[in-house]
Design a protein around this ligand. Structure first.
Ligand code: NAP
Length: 288
């Protein structure tokens, strides 16, 4: 039997409708809407598209939003000063700096200047020592979105073999941390893993976050496994595809995410969820 499709667009729209309702309730009570500010430095074409998608999502869920575009040659001090201003601006509950930044800027220094309470990308939590991810509602968006997909399709994690391929700070490591926090038995594989197929074929839940088309073939997947494809690649025809050989793996897996339409739509949705959580936390700290 072919695998059941995990539909990220569907789950995203369900979650966005719920976020919209909560945002409306927040506005009715607080007299203002949750707000997200995005700082973009320069005109990297992919960043322009990503930021536009984030702004559209803000409109959809009823948030106040604004993009602050700085010229590509802006000095580090000027970027930091803009961040300090937005940190202090009560209109915005969330603040993110779109990456990548121009080469003359110190990405780490700039990201860490964002106030903890407004760090809706959860980049501060990716630092060593925060990787247990316990406590707090704001979680790294892509792995958070994957946990929501598993929850929606009632795919249990507790006690099951989970394999994450890829160990990046943004996806692989926090993914492993969230699966571990949900009581999965977690293995992280990477480019130095000796026998990748032997590791992946143990997985009840297999997450591939590598960025290499065709890496995960049907022979590497346990029958009935849930296969989550984070990869975003272009195939020989220039079409967007993931890391997983979708057609062949669909014949073996129990569940599978498509690319596009799987993990991708969830990432921006969880950014909206994190912004709402930041707004709720900020208003909880203020007297009524
Ligand atoms: P990254 O920083 O380049 O990390 C890739 C990881 O894959 C590294 O840990 C690397 O191992 C590992 N790897 C490389 N070749 C491998 C191989 N042959 N076998 C096993 N592991 C291998 O990438 P990333 O930022 O995590 O992103 C991964 C992919 O997800 C990309 O395609 C990216 O575009 C996509 N992505 C999608 C979303 C979304 O919302 N859909 C969000 C973020 C990223 P080493 O550590 O040993 O080098």
């Amino acid at each position: 039997m072919p695998a059941k499709l995990i539909d990220g667009k569907l789950v995203s729209s369900v979650l966005r409708a719920a976020i919209r309702e909560e945002a409306d309730a927040f506005a009715a009570k607080r007299g203002r809407r949750p707000g997200l500010a995005v700082v973009r430095v320069g005109d990297d074409p992919a960043s322009v598209v990503y930021v536009r998608n984030k702004m559209r999502a803000c409109d959809e869920v009823g948030f106040t939003s604004a993009v602050f575009v700085l010229p590509g040659d802006t000095s580090e001090e000027a970027v930091l000063s803009r961040i300090a201003g937005l940190n202090a601006d009560p209109l915005y509950d969330g603040l993110l700096v779109q990456l990548p930044l121009p080469a003359h800027l110190d990405e780490r220094r700039i990201i860490s200047a964002v106030a903890d309470s407004k760090d809706v990308d959860a980049f501060h939590r990716l630092d060593a020592g925060h990787l247990t991810l316990d406590g707090g509602n704001v979680l790294p968006c892509t792995p958070y979105g994957i946990m929501e997909l598993l929850r929606y399709y009632e795919i249990p994690v507790r006690g099951r073999e989970c394999v994450v391929v890829g160990r990046s700070l943004i996806v692989g490591r926090p993914m492993a941390a969230l699966l571990l926090a949900a009581d999965g038995t977690v293995t992280i594989a990477h480019s130095r893993t000796a026998d990748l197929a032997a590791v992946t074929s143990r997985a009840d839940i297999l997450v591939s976050a590598v960025g290499r088309a065709g890496l995960i073939t049907a022979g590497m997947v346990k029958p009935g496994a849930a296969v989550i494809d984070v990869g975003m690649n272009r195939d020989a025809q220039g079409k967007l595809c993931g890391d997983v050989d979708f057609a062949a793996v669909s014949e073996v897996a129990g569940y599978i995410t498509p690319v596009p339409g799987g993990v991708g739509p969830m990432t921006v949705t969880m950014l909206m969820r994190n912004t709402l959580s930041a707004a709720q936390a900020a208003s909880g700290q203020m007297p009524d």
